[in-house]
Every structure is written in structure tokens, then in C-alpha cells.
Design a protein around this ligand. Sequence first.
Ligand code: SF4
Length: 373
Amino acid sequence: MPVPVSQMWTVSTYVLRQKLAGRKQYPLVLMLEPLFRCNLACAGCGKIQYPAHILKKDLTPEECFRAVDECGAPMVSIPGGEPLMHPQIGEIVEGLVARKKYIYLCTNALLLKEKIHLFKPSKYLTFSVHLDGQREEHDLAVCREGGYDIAVDAVREALKRGFRVTTNTTLFDGANPKSVRAFFDEMMELGVEGMMLSPGYSYDKAPDQKHFLGRARTRRMFRAILSNRKKEWKFNLSPLFLEFLMGKKTYPCTPWGMPTYNVFGWQKPCYLLQDGYAESFSELLATTEWSKYGTESGNPACANCMVHSGYEASAVHATFNSLGGFLATVKGTLFSRYRDEEALRLLEEPVAAVNPLVQIAAPQQDSLQETRA
Ligand code: SF4
């Protein structure tokens, strides 16, 4: 099992309680961004292009705890920026563990070995290490030579000390499905608990605008990658979300399922878009015009989106909405290898060369290459 039984039990009983209470909109994972600073400048990132006075800001531990308590979600993901650059990250994590929240601390791991003494192994804490593929692919994606080796070394150290470790991987146009599958083998051999995957989102602030995927290309790429699965591969994601990426399921977006709190407040409507902020979680739920978002809304900002933060909560809701959804989840978790002859053929197709390694200093406004489909 890629997720401990206690975590599955906590999440399942939480969702069932929301359903019994008749709640239609409830959060599953709080995306807590305690800062935007980062020690990398990845070409596909839309989070770090803020002016210096914003990049200097940190949420205080008390602000983090207030947001977590107010939101009530059983899981907290801590992205950023790079959370290990927050001066009180140890205190924040300790406070969340005390609240029995399942925490995914998302890190590029450049500072993990140096800061690991700040943390204690716990079933509530997982280091979710950003690795975008094998050595060459990862270093290209994060615009940093040697980044893969540092991250893998830190993963080994964290595992040796008894921490839970997963990987999180964002895939862009030009990703080589064969290489991604080889990367899965490497990560399983390394001993991580599970792997998380998402297509990149076309942030309009991201420096590299040429390599975002349209929906049809996303489905084709994930079909090639995730069909004919090896039984050793473990994913720390809903199997129905993976089927959504492969084009086997369609779901509407559930932007309130993974709400975002950061130095500006509660971000409307989701982790990716910034259509204003609310002062409280209840205000976020009450004042966001949810019908304006999601692929079906016709909103161009949502047209190509299939990202984890919008659609994994949809897949989890599908699990609990019907017996069929529950059985599909069990089958996807335990039994399905997703045999697919056509996907084997897709693996043999030539892949366009990826972008050259560049250290991004400032956003460039290149023209957007059309990838919508
Ligand atoms: S479709 Fe994507 S960008 Fe649009 S609201 Fe959902 S998660 Fe946000």
C-alpha cells in the first residue's frame, strides 16, 4: 500500500462525515504556502515571480495554525517557494503533527540534509521530494545541474532516518514516456513510499511558456506512461485521478477540494489562479463564483488544466459517491495493470527534444505556443 492504513482511514471517515452532514463543498487538502521564496528558478514555475518585498514575507506559525484549524482538512500540503527556507518550518510542522494532520512537505531537497534535524519521523509527516524525472530530465526541468543527485542523496538520508518520503513529479510537453517509466523504476528501487504525478499548469507568469500541455496531449502522454504498469510501481494518488490523466475518466474540477492559503490570504479560486483573496475560509467558500471555473465553465484559464490540485479531489469524491466508484478505486489500487497495446506503440513514437538547460533570471514573455486540444 502506498499510503498507511491509518491515513486512508482518517481521510475516508472524514469524507463520509462530510457526506452524512450533507456538505457539498468541503476541503480535502489544505495547500499551505508559508512563503514564495525558493532556491531554484524552474522554467515552468509560476510561484516565484513576485517583487522582492513579497518574496521576503513569511507566514508565522500562528497564521499557519489558524488557517489549518479554520479549514479543517485532514491533510496539509506545504509547497511554496521552498518551505525549508522558512525560518520556523520546524515549529510549523511540529504544530501540525500535534494537530494530527497528515503533512506533505514539498521540497526540492537541496536543503533537506542540512535541515533534517529540525524534524522527527512521524506517520503524520512525509517529505514530498520534487523530482521531475531521471537525472538529465530533472536537472533540465529545475534549471540546475546536479539537482537530481542532491535530491536523491537527501531522499536516501531521510529514508535512513525513518521518515516517510514520496516523490512529486510535474510533466511538461516533451517529456519522454520511456524515460518517465525508467524513473519510476529508479524511485521504487530507491525505496520511496509512493510517487505523485501531475501535468504542469500553464501559468502566465512562468518563464517557459512553450512546453505546457493541452488536454488531448496530456491524456496521450499519460496513457503511454501509465498503461501496462509494473506491479512494483506505487502511486500516492487516487487511482481514479490517474485514470483521469489517461483519458479513461472525465471529472469536473473541484477547486474548493484543495484550497490555498498564503501570505495574501485565502486565494480565489484555487492553487493556480489568483482572482482575489478572502480573509477567511468561510468567506472563500461563500464569495467565490465557483461556476466561473473548471474546464466546462469556458474560462480560458481553465481550458487545458488537468492538474492534481483541481482534479484529484474530484476523483476522491467519485470514490465515495457510488459503489461503482468505490469498486473502481479498489480495482485500480490492487489489481489493474492497465494492459493497452496502443499505449505500447505510443512508447515507440519519437519525442520532441526538450528545452535546453537555462538558469532563469527573470520572466520572459515568449509567445504562447498553442497546445490546447
Ligand atoms: S480547472 Fe484548474 S485552473 Fe481552473 S479552477 Fe480548476 S484547478 Fe484552477
